[in-house]
Design a protein around this ligand. Structure first.
Ligand SMILES: Nc1ncnc2c1ncn2[C@@H]1O[C@H](COP(=O)(O)OP(=O)(O)OP(=O)(O)O)[C@@H](O)[C@H]1O
Ligand SMILES: [Mg+2]
Length: 479
């Protein structure tokens, strides 16, 4: 047991491991409370989950009673049958668990000093009167079912603290930060199953690394990749430029100084974040990727393949998944680089910029010129606010009077076709204008290729390379 204390849990990781159990027990509210001014100092985690009977608690305190080879419920956040013990003893020398089910309340305590003294591998059962005096018991007593995990003799938690109260304040901040990210999908999940997490009386807010509430974030549709009979879901996100942050987002470390560090894959196991940041040995972090974050969701049935560690801090993607991860990485790079190219003036709501947008409207449809298309946007930006208003209005009118009936008649009745596609020369002239408007440089033709490849009228043109070459000539001539 003493040896296992050296697994190297950071306090926030240890707390998350205990909270995993609460979530698996279907808790809706979890409260964390620490008091070190109290003597003796304590740290507890209380949940309103389904609780454990005495027999179940005995199993819960047995190392590996449910092990990593046993089949688990699909929602189970556990794997090794160790977390409760290893996480608790990594921080404290005394672990007490009080749990309540409809069958009653029971309490077991495991104290390393007692075990050392007696030489017995035993937990003690506390009587009701003693249980009632425990820190956190009053709070548990309010619940019909639930579990209290109480740590005392906090030797490791407060290790090396010159001023314990300061250390505790700093610790609770770190714990809050870690939990707000690790469990963000539970904290901002659907209302009916949303988790409330409270640390020392203050609720923990979810921190969404993908800024999904921000309309300027670009997210791909989820892709399911089959791996060994299960499936892994991947979604690419490209964060908006800082000029599009809300006031709250503007204060977030991971979106400012931490933007570079936090690019990369975000691996979730059953919606619980395991690891994030970096590109899992597929690429180095880079400036051109700093807006890109890729969400990877794996089920707990694939643990073996992912080399999940006991602390649930690390995992390694299996070989099979690498091609898909690489694809998302490259795709994200193109888009992320574009955010930099646009210097934040550009709102990119979609991957592809059409000249006309198709808009569904209460069973009918219409086409609207896309004001986010780089050419129109450039025109808008060159005007003063009054001029912008006039242009928007004119564009609106043009759209409203698009002669659908006439187009339809000519195409279907008269079998006429619109003018064939433009020739290379005209396309090159347009490309040249776009390169200029979008601050791209002919020194980086790959970038131009990637950017133009997602903008109409260049979208899907097989001769895009020739167009770009000709545009470059054109550019040189006009320079
Ligand atoms: N708060 C809780 N509410 C209900 N049951 C719990 C709670 N905490 C632990 N248990 C029970 O105790 C068992 C052991 O927990 P422990 O965290 O040690 O292992 P695990 O969750 O099975 O696996 P892992 O080592 O991956 O965490 C759990 O499987 C669960 O049945
Ligand atoms: Mg566990």
């Amino acid at each position: 047991m003493e040896s296992m204390r050296a697994l190297g849990y950071d306090p926030e990781v240890a707390v998350a491991d205990v909270i995993d159990n609460s979530i698996t027990a279907e808790a809706r509210t979890i409260e964390v409370r620490a008091d070190i001014s109290e003597s003796p100092a304590y740290f507890w985690i209380l949940d309103d989950g389904r609780g454990m009977t005495l027999e179940q608690m005995v199993d819960a305190l047995t190392l590996g009673e449910v092990s990593s080879v046993d089949a688990r419920d699909a929602e189970d956040l556990g794997r090794f049958g160790l977390g409760l013990k290893t996480a608790s003893f990594s921080q404290a020398r005394s672990l007490t668990v009080v749990s309540r089910t409809s069958k009653g309340t029971a309490c077991l305590q495991w104290d390393l000093d007692d075990a050392l003294q007696s030489g017995e591998w035993e937990v003690s059962r506390l009587d009701d009167a003693t249980t009632r005096t425990l820190p956190g018991f009053d709070e548990l007593d309010q619940l019909t079912t639930g579990t209290l995990v109480l740590w005392r003799k906090l030797d490791r938690l407060l290790q090396d603290a010159r001023v314990p109260t300061q250390r505790m304040a700093q610790l609770s901040q770190e714990i809050r930060r870690h939990l707000s990210l690790t469990f963000h999908r539970f904290l901002d999940g659907p209302k009916s199953s949303r988790l409330t997490l409270v640390i020392n009386g203050t609720p923990v807010d979810a921190v969404d690394p993908f800024m999904r509430a921000n309309p300027a974030t670009q997210s791909t549709t989820p892709e399911r990749v089959p791996v060994h009979g299960s499936s892994v879901e991947i979604i690419g996100h490209v964060l908006p430029h800082a000029s599009k942050y809300s006031a709250q987002e503007a204060g977030r470390e991971d979106l400012n100084a931490g933007l570079f560090e936090n690019q990369g894959f975000y691996f979730y196991r059953n919606r619980r974040l395991i690891s994030h940041g970096g590109w899992a040995q597929l690429a180095r972090r880079s400036d051109s990727l700093k807006f890109s974050r890729v969400q990877v969701d794996l089920p707990n049935s694939l643990d073996d393949l992912w080399h999940l560690d006991i602390k649930k801090e690390h995992l390694k993607p299996p070989q099979e998944l690498r091609p898909a991860l690489e694809r998302f990485l490259r795709n994200g790079q193109t888009k992320s680089a574009r955010i930099i190219a646009y210097r934040g003036r550009k709102k990119i709501s979609d991957d592809i910029q059409y000249v006309w947008n198709y808009v569904e409207d209460r069973g009918n449809f219409r086409y609207e010129p896309n004001l986010d298309h780089p050419l129109l946007e450039d025109a808008l930006l060159r005007l003063d606010p009054q001029g912008q208003k006039v242009l928007r209005k004119a564009v609106d009118d043009l759209a409203a009077f698009l002669p659908f009936a006439d187009i339809h008649k000519r195409m279907s009745v008269d079998s006429k076709r619109p003018q064939p596609e433009e020739d290379l020369h005209n396309m090159a002239a347009r490309a040249c204008r776009l390169v200029d408007v979008m601050d791209l440089s002919f020194d980086d033709k790959q970038r131009i290729h990637d950017v133009l490849g997602s903008v109409e009228p260049f979208l899907g043109r097989r001769d895009l390379d020739s167009i770009i070459d000709m545009a470059q000539q054109h550019y040189k001539e006009t320079e």
